[in-house]
Design a protein around this ligand. Structure first.
Ligand SMILES: Cc1ncc(COP(=O)(O)O)c(C=O)c1O
Length: 413
């Protein structure tokens, strides 16, 4: 049994130092949104900012906005601001392309920095696009061996040797919410002479990250989840300063050229992080990210982490007390290895999630049997957690989820 009451949760919301951020987001009436780890909520200021970019910068400024509205520099200026969320000093992050494309660029660059090594290491349980892009990048180059680690399989120490060129891992696992020790793993990989590439899709905006402090080589991530940049918001890539001028990437488009407006026939990479750009930035998507970064500029990441852990602790405590016999909490209890989501294993998983969504509690499902709940401290409160578990309890104990209509599979789960 738990001693926690709804009144306790309401009191915690009242004394929450991050509580004022909630009013900066558009939360639909009757919805408890626990899926910000998939698509973040719309910031209240974003519609007006998009309108400004469309009607003024595009509508009135037209081609002049490439210079006058700073469009041409957005990948770098927004990159530096995203860098502030992940412990990256200026000039090491550009906002561009998708996470998948950036995996390709980061891995290709890493392989070029480690000539003579012919092994790439990944995690079999990583989000599949990272594995697919590893296969694509090494397939294009040819001659690489893949070694995979996983929970019950080989460990990193088992696969690292002098043949390994690069290791690609996601910092917080998208299924379980388990988090790697970034400093320790980076040091372990580098001690073997390899380069470390982190996918920060489930870390950026979810918890503090210290890329420079951990000596990371390269990183990538997206901005449509915890960062709230909007559907299809641009991704980012980080390349540590020490690697930039010796690194090259194969998608040699004109925005990565040293002199894009010289229009010379041969490619010559720009100095620094700019060489990781490819083509014309998707300016309207950048506008959504730019708007959400106005909020992030005011967020204390230590407070964010403290609340994230408190929310996930509360969710785990209430779930175990009220529906512990129906689900298994697969997310680690240990704060040191927990991200900002909690995943519950259930005999079905999909149908109960559909029943939850119908009742306004929005999480998602990850095959084969996980119900996933993301906790975004800027707009989720303690009473939301209590209410969500209350609905979950009703759905699981009444077994209403067994009604056939909840079994219909949608394309996006
Ligand atoms: C770890 C990880 N990497 C990458 C992606 C998606 O890549 P992209 O932004 O290219 O669709 C996801 C999507 O959820 C993810 O969880």
């Amino acid at each position: 049994m738990t001693e926690v009451t709804r009144e306790d949760c309401v009191a915690r919301d009242a004394s929450d130092p991050l509580a004022s951020f909630r009013s900066e987001f558009v939360l639909p009436e009757g919805v408890i949104y626990l899926d910000g780890n998939s698509l973040g909520v719309l910031p209240a200021r974003t519609a007006a900012h998009l309108e400004h970019v469309v009607t003024q910068e595009w509508g009135q400024g037209l081609i002049r906005s490439w210079n006058d509205a700073g469009w041409f520099d957005k990948p770098r200026t927004l990159g530096d601001r995203v860098g502030g969320l992940i412990g990256a000093g200026p000039g090491q992050v550009v906002v561009c392309d998708s996470t998948s494309v950036n995996v390709f660029k980061a891995l290709s660059a890493a392989l070029g920095l480690r000539p003579g090594r012919d092994v790439v290491v990944g995690d079999r349980d990583n989000f599949p696009t990272d594995l697919y892009m590893m296969q694509g990048a090494t397939g294009t180059l040819g001659g690489y061996e893949h070694r995979l680690i996983w929970a019950d399989g080989p460990e990193l120490a088992d696969v690292l040797d002098e043949r390994v060129a690069a290791v690609v891992l996601t910092h917080v696992d998208y299924r379980t919410g388990r988090m790697y020790d970034m400093a320790a793993v980076t040091a372990q990989v580098q001690a073997a002479g390899a380069l470390m590439i982190w996918d920060l899709a489930h870390s950026v905006g979810a918890l503090p990250v210290d890329l420079d402090g951990c000596g990371v080589d390269l990183a990538i991530g997206c901005t449509y989840k915890y960062v709230n940049g909007g559907p299809g918001a641009p991704a980012f890539i980080y390349v540590a300063s020490r690697h930039q001028d010796s690194a090259s990437q194969p998608l040699s488009g004109w925005h990565g050229h040293a002199e894009p407006f010289a229009f010379t026939p041969d490619y010559a990479p720009a100095p620094g992080i700019t060489r990781f750009l490819v083509g014309t930035p998707h300016l309207l998507s950048y506008a959504g990210l730019e708007s959400s970064l106005e909020i992030w500029d005011r967020v204390d990441l230590a407070s964010l982490r403290a609340k994230s852990l408190a929310l996930t602790d509360l969710f785990i405590e209430l779930v175990e007390a009220r529906v512990g016999e129906h689900v298994e909490v697969v997310t680690p209890r240990d704060h040191a290895v927990r991200g900002s989501q909690v995943s519950l294993r259930h005999e079905d998983g999909y149908a109960p999630m559909q029943a939850l969504i119908e009742r306004g509690v929005i999480g998602d499902f990850r095959a084969p049997d996980l119900m996933r709940f993301g906790f975004t401290p800027l707009y989720v409160g303690y009473a939301d957690v209590w209410d969500a578990v209350d609905v979950l309890t009703d759905i699981l104990t009444t077994e209403v989820w067994r009604e056939p209509r909840y079994a219909t599979r949608h394309a996006v789960t």
